[in-house]
Design a protein. Structure first.
Length: 101
């Protein structure tokens, strides 16, 4: 049984929309960070789908580099979020101004 590529694209579009709505609606820094990661994974699913549909490995290579950049983003982003949460317990995205020295 072969699943059509359009199904994967629909799932990726739904994931991206959920991430975008979560990013715009929520003010918690950690939830916003997870929404950005959800959007990145939706884009990666789209790249892999098109790579499979076109029989091209370029999309999968691009996903590999995107995952490497996302891993670096996680390290830096979580460090910033942890430093904000250490200063204020219920930190929101508006508390980034606390990072000034």
């Amino acid at each position: 049984m072969k699943v059509p590529g359009s199904y994967y694209l629909i799932v990726a579009a739904a994931m991206f929309c959920i991430g975008a709505v979560g990013l715009l609606v929520r003010r918690n820094a950690l939830v916003m960070f997870m929404c950005v990661e959800l959007m990145l994974n939706a884009v990666n699913l789209t790249f892999v789908t098109f790579a499979r549909m076109l029989d091209d490995i370029g999309g999968q290579v691009f996903v590999f580099f995107t995952l490497v950049v996302a891993a670096a983003e996680v390290v830096v982003g979580l460090a910033l979020i942890v430093s904000i949460f250490r200063r204020r317990q219920g930190a929101t995205a508006d508390d980034v101004s606390l990072m000034r020295g």
